[in-house]
Ligand binder design. Structure first.
Ligand SMILES: NC(=O)c1ccc[n+]([C@@H]2O[C@H](COP(=O)([O-])OP(=O)(O)OC[C@H]3O[C@@H](n4cnc5c(N)ncnc54)[C@H](O)[C@@H]3O)[C@@H](O)[C@H]2O)c1
Ligand SMILES: [Zn+2]
Length: 368
């Protein structure tokens, strides 16, 4: 099964192809979009031995002049020095605007190589080939590219839409299980935001995922990944550059998640694990402030349980998490703003939550 989605944002229209085995079709999929010139494949040291050769062979076969650059893995590489190193590679190889940078890897490579592609010569072609679940459902679509700067995560960046996104679900077979869980939290987020069929297929997935690691790997179907992408694209189409506010819906679960990450020094929890905790908070707050029913809360919590996401946080006091929530950039004079749910499929943006309620919910999660 192949799903080909059309992203239609003001600055560009492009396709997102989701299928199994897509890596071998990469060149053939790209050639009609950008006639073959140079293709510089960027990936990290974990992904290179796994997928670089196949991606390169497929691009070569379609007529691209392929070269590659491999950088060490990890968030710490997402910085201006590495971006400058990529500029150097593009310069030395004589890359021009009509050539393409292929970001083959997780969100770190997508953001870093995407940032370099967006800024080199004021923008060369960019192809996103996400190989983590998080990147497939989130980072590779939507056109945000950035590097970290000092204490600021994603502090220097821009909006830059790719020419094409190719997500090969088979690459998830080699993904460490913790990364799968981490991506699963974002998948649950899209399920809650979309409701309906997507939520049902995420629940079905969670049932099979429960049967151990290899079941979890196989559980992420083209239908589910493409459904998440469709949901993200619908939001991004309404707010490409984060101006109308619609894009804020994607922050469901993220206010408390960021606070948990900050209060635990960004060490204890993978982002997605923190999102799992933040989604629990969002469900509870939605019940109290937006009329989400007790049955829906229970349904949401059960889904997060089945996906193997943490039931609460450790390693920080409730008070520390509450304080970090108040420091969040979306905290206003009235209280902290949340994205909550009136019901599944119906988010409500910019809901003010009183401090006492935040404290109650955070305390509930710290006891869990
Ligand atoms: N631009 C956006 O809209 C957006 C959205 C969400 C997240 N992000 C960014 O994404 C980044 C996180 O992305 P991530 O979770 O993909 O992290 P990542 O890129 O670090 O990948 C996680 C780990 O998995 C390895 N890996 C990748 N694919 C693999 C595969 N198929 N098999 C085996 N190992 C593999 C990587 O080498 C890395 O060690 C953060 O920097 C975050 O800011 C960006
Ligand atoms: Zn997230």
């Amino acid at each position: 099964m192949t799903v080909r989605l059309r992203a239609d944002v003001p600055s560009r229209a492009y396709d997102v192809v989701v299928t199994r085995g897509a890596l071998d079709e990469l060149g053939a999929t790209l050639a009609p979009v950008r006639s073959p010139g140079q293709a510089v494949v960027c990936c990290d040291a974990n992904v290179a031995p796994l997928y670089l050769e196949r991606a390169g062979a497929s691009l070569s076969a379609a007529g691209f002049a392929v070269s590659h650059v491999v950088i060490p893995a990890g968030e710490a590489q997402k910085n201006l020095d590495r971006a400058a190193e990529l500029y150097g590679v593009l310069y030395d190889r004589g890359v021009r605007r009509r050539d393409v940078v292929v970001a083959l890897g997780g969100g770190v490579i997508g953001d870093l190589a995407g940032f370099a592609a967006a800024t080199y010569l004021r923008g060369v072609g960019l192809v996103q080939v996400p190989t983590t679940l998080l990147a497939q459902v989130d980072a590779a679509v939507g056109g945000k590219v950035a590097v970290d700067f000092r204490a600021g995560k994603n502090h220097v960046g821009t909006f830059y839409q790719p020419l094409l996104v190719v997500a090969d679900l088979d690459t998830l077979h080699t993904l460490p299980v913790r990364e799968l869980h981490s991506g699963a939290a974002e998948v649950a987020k899209y399920g809650f935001l979309a409701g309906g069929r997507l939520l049902e297929s995420v629940e079905a997935l969670a049932e099979t995922a429960h049967d151990g690691e290899s079941a979890l790997r196989r559980a992420f179907t083209v239908e589910v990944v493409a459904g998440c992408v469709r949901e993200k694209l619908a939001v991004v189409a309404r707010d490409e550059r984060e101006e109308t506010g619609a894009r804020a819906a994607l922050n469901l679960g993220h206010t408390i998640a960021h606070a948990v990450e900050a209060a635990t020094d960004f060490e204890r929890y993978a982002h997605g694990e923190a999102v799992g905790i933040g989604l629990r908070a969002a469900l509870r707050l939605s019940e109290r402030l937006c009329g989400l029913s007790e049955a829906e809360v229970a349904r949401g919590l059960a889904l997060l349980d089945r996906l193997g996401l943490p039931s609460g946080f450790r390693g920080a006091t409730a008070a520390a998490v509450v304080a970090a929530t108040a420091r969040d950039k979306k905290a206003g004079a009235e209280g902290t703003e949340f994205v909550l749910l009136e019901r599944f499929g119906r988010p409500r943006l910019r809901v003010q939550a009183p401090a006492s309620l935040i404290e109650e919910v955070v305390t509930w999660l710290s006891a869990a």
